[in-house]
Write a protein that binds this ligand. Sequence first.
Ligand code: PSU
Ligand code: MN
Length: 319
Amino acid sequence: MQSISIQTTMTNTYLDIHPEVAQALAEHRPVVALESTIISHGMPYPQNVATALQVEAEVRQHGAVPATIAIVNGRLKAGLTEAEIEILGTTGRSVSKVSRRDIPFIVASGTTGATTVASTMLIAAMAGIRVFATGGIGGVHRGAQHSFDVSADLQELAQTPVAVVCAGAKSILDLRLTLEYLETHGVPVVGYQTPWLPAFFTRDSAFKVDYQLDTAQAIAHVLHAKWSMGLQGGMVVANPIPEAYAMPRATIDAAVEQALQEAQAQGIGGKESTPFLLARVCELTGGDSLASNIQLVLNNARLAAAIAIAYQTFQTPSH
Ligand code: PSU
Ligand code: MN
C-alpha cells in the first residue's frame, strides 16, 4: 500500500510560492508564515487589511521574509500580493474560512479561502516554512464535553512541524481543557519570558505553561532538537501581549460571557462558532480590544522573526 505524506515544494503542483519567499527559502534565509482567517474573520475592514500589511512590514523590519498564506482561485499560496490581501479583507466573513478539512474543496472549485491556523500550518509545511505568527489559536471550547467543539488547530499542532507564535488563546475557550488536549497529543506549550499561559488580551491566566524560555535562541534550539530527531508536530510559543495594551480582565470576561450566551441562544455551532464569538467580543468591547489585538499580533510577528532567524543558525552544518 502506498503511504500518503504531505507533498513539499518540489512535487506539490497545487502550491504557488511567492518569488520573494521562494528566493529566501532557496537561500536559507528566515521566513515567517502568517494566516489569513485573522484578516477575513478576525478583524473588521479596513483595520484588517492595514494590520495584515503592517504585520508583513514588521516581519521584514526584524530581518525575515513574510509569507501570508491563503487559497486564491484554487491555488495554495505561500506569500500574497497586496491586492490579494485587500480582496480577503474587503470580502471579510463572506470569504470561505478554510481549515484542513476544507482545503481540497476550495482547490477543486477554484475558489478563494482564508486559512486558519491549522491550514496555514499545513501550507507553510508544504512550502518548507517552520515558523508562523498569529494572534490566537483555536482550542477546546467551553462546554466541549457537550458540543465536541475542539478546533482542528490542535490536531494540526500534533502532526505538522511548524512553531506557532501566538498570544495564547482567547477566553472564549476553555484554556484548561485546551492545555490538557495539547498535552495528550504531545504538543509543548512554551511561555516566552513567562511561566503563565497568556489569555490573548491579558498577560496571564490561571494556568501555567509547560516550559518557560526567555530567548528566541532557546526556543529555536528546542525546535531544532525536536525536528532533527524526527519528532512530528509543532509547538505553541505563547507570547504575552505588551503590558501597555493588556486589557482589564473584568471587561473581557463580561464580553465573553455575553457572546457565549448569544451564541447558545442563536444555536451557533461548527465553523461559525469562533468567528461569531470573535466578532461579538470585538463589538462589545469597542475599539479597545481591536487596538490590543493589533498590537499583540505585531508583537508576535517580531518574536517569530527572531525565532526564524535563530532557527536558521541551527540549520548550518556547524551544528
Ligand atoms: N482566535 C482569535 N483570532 C482568530 C482566530 C482564533 O483570537 O482570528 C481564528 C484563527 O484563524 C484560528 C481559527 O485558527 O479562528 C479557529 O477556528 P476554529 O475554532 O473554528 O477552528
Ligand atoms: Mn470549532
